[in-house]
Design a protein around this ligand. Structure first.
Ligand code: ACO
Length: 329
C-alpha cells in the first residue's frame, strides 16, 4: 500500500464585488424591512456584481491573492477546481477561464456542482489528488454570482443571497507546514432536490420565452424546510468533525453562512457557545459556495487561525448535499 501524502492549506484569497446592496435597498424593491431581515437572518448587507462583472472576474482575483499568500506562481498550479452553481457559462467550465486568465499553463481544470457544499467538495477532491501524489499544487475555489439568478420580486429568497469568491491552495503539508487537512466528509440526499431548486435552463427544461417569463431560471427555495434540515445537519457535522477532541482543542468553527439564526440554533444543539464561530453573514449574506473560503481568508487575515489549533468547517446546500472538514492550523 502506498502511503498518503499529508496535505496542507498553503494560502487563501478572496474577492468581493464593490457594489453594496443594503436591506434598505431591498425595502425599495419588495415589501420588507431592515428590521425583519436582520432579525430573521442576521444579514445587513450583501455584495452584488456590477453590469459586465461575472464569477470568473471574482475568481481570478481571489486565486491571485491565494497564490500570493502561499508564495507561489500560477505556473506552479497542477489543477484548478471551482465549486459554483453560477459559472459564467453552462459550457465551458469557469475553471478553464480562470486557468487561462491567471496563466496556470500546466494545470488541468474542472468545475464541481454541489451548490453551497461546492467549496468543501472541491477541497475534498483536491486533497485527494495531493494525498495520492497526483498533484503538488491544487487551486480550489468557491464562488458565485447568485444575484444573476434572483427573483428580485420574491422577498422570501432575494434578500438572502450575495456574490463573492474565495480560494485556497492545497500543497503537500511538508512544503507549507500549515493548515493540515485531517479529515473530510461528503454526503447527499437527492430526494430533497426540490427544496432549493432552479427549474429552468437545464436539459430537462431548456429556456423558452415562456419559462423565462415565468421566472423558472430563478432560485426557489422552501425556506422553513431548509431551516429545519440545516440546523440538524450543521450540528451533526460539527459533532462528527470534532469526534475525539474537546472544545478546548478547537480554535475556530467556520460554518456555511446561510442564516445567523441557523448557525446559532445549530451551536445550541451541539451545546457549545458561539465564541469560536466565525460569522460574516451580516456583511455578505449567503454566497453559497463562496461563504467558507471567503470566511477562511478573512479569518486568516484577521489572525484568527491559531497555530496548532483545530478548525472545523461545515456546509450543506442544494442537492441536498453536505460536507465537513477538520483542519489543524
Ligand atoms: N420580509 C418581510 N416578510 C417576509 C420576508 C421578507 N423578506 N420573507 C418572508 N416574509 C414573511 C412570509 O411571507 C411570512 O408571512 P406570513 O406569515 O404572512 O405568511 C412570514 O414572513 C414568515 O415567513 P417564514 O418563512 O416562516 O419566515 P422564517 O422565519 O422561516 O424566515 C427565511 C424565512 C429567512 C427564508 C428562513 O426560513 C431561512 O433562512 N431558511 C433557510 C434559508 C435558505 O433556504 N437558504 C438557501 C439555502 S441554500 C443554502 O445555502 C443551503
Amino acid at each position: 500500500m502506498t502511503s498518503r501524502v499529508r496535505v496542507g492549506i498553503a494560502g487563501t484569497g478572496s474577492c468581493m464585488p464593490e457594489r453594496v446592496m443594503t436591506n434598505h435597498d431591498f425595502a425599495k424593491l419588495v415589501d420588507t424591512s431592515d428590521e425583519w431581515i436582520v432579525q430573521r437572518t442576521g444579514i445587513k448587507e450583501r455584495r452584488f456584481v456590477s453590469e459586465g462583472e461575472c464569477t470568473s472576474d471574482l475568481c481570478v482575483v481571489a486565486a491571485q491573492r491565494a497564490l500570493e499568500s502561499a508564495g507561489l506562481k500560477a505556473t506552479d498550479v497542477d489543477l484548478v477546481i471551482t465549486g459554483t452553481l453560477t459559472p459564467d457559462y453552462l459550457l465551458p467550465a469557469v475553471s478553464c477561464l480562470i486557468q487561462d486568465r491567471i496563466g496556470a499553463k500546466r494545470a488541468g481544470a474542472f468545475d464541481l456542482s454541489a451548490a453551497c457544499t461546492g467549496f468543501l467538495t472541491a477541497l475534498s477532491v483536491g486533497e485527494s489528488f495531493v494525498a495520492a501524489g497526483r498533484a503538488k499544487c491544487v487551486l480550489v475555489i468557491g464562488a458565485e454570482s447568485l444575484s444573476r439568478f434572483l427573483d428580485l420580486q420574491d422577498r422570501s429568497s432575494c434578500i438572502l443571497f450575495g456574490d463573492g469568491a474565495g480560494a485556497a491552495i492545497l500543497r503537500p503539508w511538508d512544503d507549507c507546514r500549515t493548515g493540515e487537512v485531517l479529515k473530510t466528509t461528503l454526503g447527499a440526499d437527492g430526494s430533497g432536490f426540490e427544496l432549493i431548486h432552479m427549474k429552468g435552463g437545464g436539459a430537462k427544461q431548456p429556456p423558452t420565452q415562456e419559462s423565462v417569463a415565468r421566472g423558472d431560471h430563478f432560485i426557489r427555495l422552501k425556506g422553513r424546510e431548509v431551516f429545519r434540515f440545516a440546523v440538524t445537519k450543521m450540528s451533526d457535522l460539527i459533532v462528527e468533525m470534532a469526534e475525539g477532541y474537546s472544545y478546548e482543542d478547537i480554535g475556530l468553527i467556520v460554518p456555511h453562512q446561510v442564516n445567523a439564526r441557523i448557525i446559532e440554533s445549530a451551536m445550541e444543539r451541539v451545546g457549545w457557545p458561539l465564541d469560536k464561530v466565525f460569522i460574516n453573514i451580516d456583511k455578505y449574506g449567503n454566497t453559497s459556495a463562496g461563504t467558507i473560503p471567503i470566511a477562511l481568508d478573512e479569518a486568516r487575515r484577521a489572525g484568527r487561525l491559531e497555530s496548532g489549533k483545530l478548525l472545523i468547517s461545515v456546509a450543506f446546500g442544494a442537492g441536498l448535499t453536505w460536507g465537513g472538514t477538520l483542519i489543524r492550523w
